[in-house]
Design a protein around this ligand. Structure first.
Ligand SMILES: [Zn+2]
Length: 262
């Protein structure tokens, strides 16, 4: 799997003697969580994993060389059962996903580490990462953090309809992929599908409404796309990658500098 994470930040490239010598109280280990799942007709199954490697790698490039931050190998299988029925989706159950995170947390604790960040780029994992960040705190006393996607960086130039309802294989993801791995984007295969319109708010929608119904992608998006990839450009993708990397780097630095409240 392609990665932009520098070799000097790859936890798995260390020897055990190098790990033993690290400052365990301060060193921050980042566990990327992503997915292998359908991304419409035009993007590869690995989109969320590649975007994770990309944004985390670009963020790690921005940290001072002496900042003790390492990326654990990407945990690329996610809770993707919303995309079941589309060939190629490889989904873990919630219990399996949480058990793996728990076991990695146990190993990290046994190695003497204290600070762990779950960095997530797949929406289906969000609730589970939130649960596990708290469970690792409670069970092992780890100082855990959660961080997702662009870490709040705003995608300048995206329209409000797309900002609200372009959340899967749509303009943002497609632009990032056009900038980073254009050879993996089938730009003649775009499909457009909005699950709702911002100028027609309703009480009950699949997402972002006062009441929601639980959906599978096949219920609401026959092509697998939720949003509109057609305006995607590599130029915007490069800008959004840079903005996200700055925010992700700042968040990681804040985790390194974090002091307990009491
Ligand atoms: Zn995605």
């Amino acid at each position: 799997m392609q990665t932009w994470i520098p070799e000097s930040r790859q936890f798995a490239y260390l020897t055990w003697k190098q790990v033993e010598a690290l400052d365990k109280q301060r060193t921050l280990l980042v566990l990327p969580t992503a997915a292998i799942e359908q991304h419409g007709h035009h993007l590869p199954l690995a989109t969320d994993t590649l975007i994770n490697n990309l944004l985390l790698g670009k963020a790690l490039d921005k940290l001072p060389a002496e900042a003790p931050v390492y990326a654990l190998p990407n945990f690329c299988y996610g809770k993707s059962n919303e995309h079941i029925g589309f060939p190629g989706t490889l989904a873990l159950s919630a219990s399996t996903f949480m058990a793996v995170i728990r076991d990695i947390g146990a190993s990290v604790k046994a190695s003497g580490f204290h600070r762990v960040c779950l960095y997530n780029t797949h929406g289906g994992n969000t609730a589970l990462d939130d649960v596990m960040a708290r469970d690792l705190r409670a069970e092992f006393g780890l100082r855990t953090f959660y961080l997702s996607g662009a870490a709040g960086a705003r995608a300048i130039g995206i329209n409000e309809q797309e900002r609200a309802y372009g959340f899967h294989a749509a303009e943002w993801e497609t632009s990032l992929m056009l900038a980073a791995t254009p050879e993996l984007v089938r730009s003649d295969q775009y499909t457009v599908n909005y699950i709702a319109q911002i100028d027609n708010p309703k009480l009950l929608l699949p997402e972002f409404a006062p009441a929601t119904f639980s959906w599978l992608t096949r219920d609401i998006a026959p092509s697998g796309v939720m949003g509109d990839p057609t305006p995607a450009t590599a130029e915007n993708g490069a800008k959004w990658i840079a903005a996200a990397a700055t925010k992700v780097a700042a968040a990681l630095q804040a985790m390194l500098d974090f002091e307990e409240l009491v």
